[in-house]
Design a protein around this ligand. Sequence first.
Ligand code: IMP
Ligand code: MG
Length: 181
Amino acid sequence: MEKDIKEIMLTEEQIQAKVKELAAMLSKEYEGKDPVFVGVLKGVFMFFADVIRNITIPCEMDFMCISSYGGGTTTSGTATVRKDVSVDLKDRHVIILEDIFDTGTSLDFTQKYLLSKEPASLKICTLLDKPERRRPEITLQPDFVGFTIPNEFVVGYGLDFDEHFRNLPYIGILKPEAYEK
Ligand code: IMP
Ligand code: MG
């Protein structure tokens, strides 16, 4: 598996330091608000687990799953809800946790969908932001960003190529040959 990685973009240490920083910021901002963290599966599972165990205030968590990408590296431009949240989000302070903000299609959809549940507030925390890839009509901005990265397709730490590489503890760039398998 590691032989398919051309370059490590973010090491395990860099990611873990950033996770602690984000969790400290969120714990401070949401003190006394009993927020609900909503993870968008599957890519966020590792980031979610690491952030949440560093949150020091009472909170709830939930997950949703939307379809956006097919098997490859390009976006379809539309999304549907595959698994909905089960917590009632009405009048709650909600934070969406995402692995990556790429073209923006998924988060734009998720944000609009969750807003329809009338939360008291809704913010977005994404580990990675790839602003160069944003579709021009997307004006949504993430509220908390771990790392802003260049326009490279990355894998690891929850992110996949064709459902593989999610288990890597770091984030890396794939060798071009790996796409051809
Ligand atoms: P968006 O809708 O284009 O913003 O894409 C969001 C989703 O696309 C993410 O949740 C990922 O599943 C996937 N994605 C976007 N960029 C990458 C990448 O570089 N590596 C792996 N998955 C990605
Ligand atoms: Mg994903």
